[in-house]
Design a protein around this ligand. Structure first.
Ligand code: ZN
Length: 385
């Protein structure tokens, strides 16, 4: 697939809706700049109708005149859209629930009311020359015939795309593929995937949507978002490149830095095991893996650490092998023969089990020194310098 897929980042809207997360306005502007620099095509910057600092931040992002479309989030209410226009954004998301569960229990209205409000809001936004994404909230639990009707009326009202929202993260890739394919075939409107990670399927579902013909993917940095979060920017971009052969030419070497920044600003540090950008992505300890990576990194790495702003780490611990020990000491200018390495390895394993962790480089040096001393050999200081 050589298709053009566009990334819509909603870290500043859906990401900030995470319980307990608030970004300062300075942080929002910094995040927006980083996102634009990396290559994201559209930023969902916030909800203007909230007013106050929220509105100020959106205005500041617009004024920063970044090379990116700035979208504001709205309910299907004219007064919301007026606030967005006041912020100077070029695009609006107009959101309204389409599932009967939401219509009945949340909105306490009916399907016709939903259609009428969506159409009026869309027409109003189009009259003001805005790019319009119509969001079908809770799409995945919406009756399919109604979702198709909603998409059709959105398109006829001038909407530029439909946001398929797996709002509560209950979809799975195969069924989702069928649904998006149907929308694309029947209605022909552009589709954006907006998927949540409640079952750990956010990225998989986003990719299934792309495969079915969706050409926009909504993401957040690190998957930050309500409950279990959203599809993660870095996962979607790298998966498109390496699994679907769709290279968006993003500045992916900034992914780690961006995740660290958002992690700091949201007070949710990047977990070591985080796909793509976690510090463990390129840390190798087990003997077989380390040996392979030292011989040729492609044996156990899909892409290079530099590509996402990480560095490779050979961790010495319980699972290490002799070759890793030899290589580690080489970094310090010490060449070990096989016997020495075997002896050190024995000590390394026993200490790692005792301490229940990998060893620091300094601890390796101590092991080496102790062994040398035991053997009564002279310690060669200059080797460590
Ligand atoms: Zn969401």
């Amino acid at each position: 697939m050589g298709r053009k897929i566009k990334i819509v980042d909603t870290t500043l809207r859906d990401g900030e809706q995470t319980a307990g997360v608030v970004f300062a306005n300075e942080e929002k502007i910094r995040i927006a700049k980083l996102l634009a620099e990396i290559g994201v095509q559209q930023i969902e910057a916030g909800i203007p109708v909230m007013g106050g600092d929220e509105k100020k931040a959106i205005k500041s992002i617009v004024e920063a005149d970044l090379d990116v479309s700035v979208m504001a989030w709205n309910r299907a209410v004219i007064s919301d859209i007026k606030e967005s226009i006041d912020c100077g954004v070029d695009a609006v998301a107009i959101s309204i629930s389409t599932s009967d569960i939401h219509i009945k229990h949340k909105l306490k209205r009916d399907r016709d009311w939903v259609l009428k409000n969506m159409v009026e809001a869309t027409r109003f936004a189009k009259k003001h020359n805005l790019y319009v994404s119509v969001n079908a909230e809770d799409s995945s639990r919406t009756d399919m015939d109604f979702l198709l009707r909603f998409a059709k009326e959105a398109k006829e009202a001038g909407a530029d795309r439909l946001r398929y929202c797996d709002t509560v993260g209950t979809m799975e890739p195969f069924q989702l593929y069928e649904q998006v394919k149907l929308i694309r075939n029947e209605i022909g409107i552009d589709v954006e995937m907006h998927t949540h990670n409640d079952f750990g399927l956010a990225t998989a579902n986003a990719l299934a949507g792309v495969k079915a013909g969706a050409n926009y993917v909504g993401v957040t940095v690190g998957g930050l978002g309500e409950r279990a979060g959203n599809a993660a920017l870095e996962e979607v971009v790298m998966a498109l490149k390496y699994l679907y052969n769709i290279d968006l030419n993003f500045k992916t070497s900034k992914f780690r830095e961006l995740n660290e920044y958002v992690g700091m600003a949201s007070n949710r540090p990047v977990p070591a095991w985080k796909p793509i950008v976690g510090s463990n992505m390129f840390a190798h300890e087990s003997g077989i893996h380390t040996d392979g990576v030292i011989k040729n990194a492609s044996t156990y790495e899909i892409f290079s650490p530099e590509e996402v702003g990480l560095t490779r780490q050979i961790v010495i611990g319980k699972h290490s092998g002799r070759n890793a020990i030899i290589n580690k000491f080489k970094e310090y200018g010490i060449s070990l023969n096989n016997d020495e390495a075997t002896e050190i390895l024995k000590e390394v394993r026993s200490l790692a089990v005792k301490l229940k962790r990998a060893l620091f480089d300094k601890e390796l040096v101590y092991i080496y020194q102790d062994l040398k001393q035991e053997r009564g050999e002279e310690w060669e200081e200059e080797k460590l310098s």
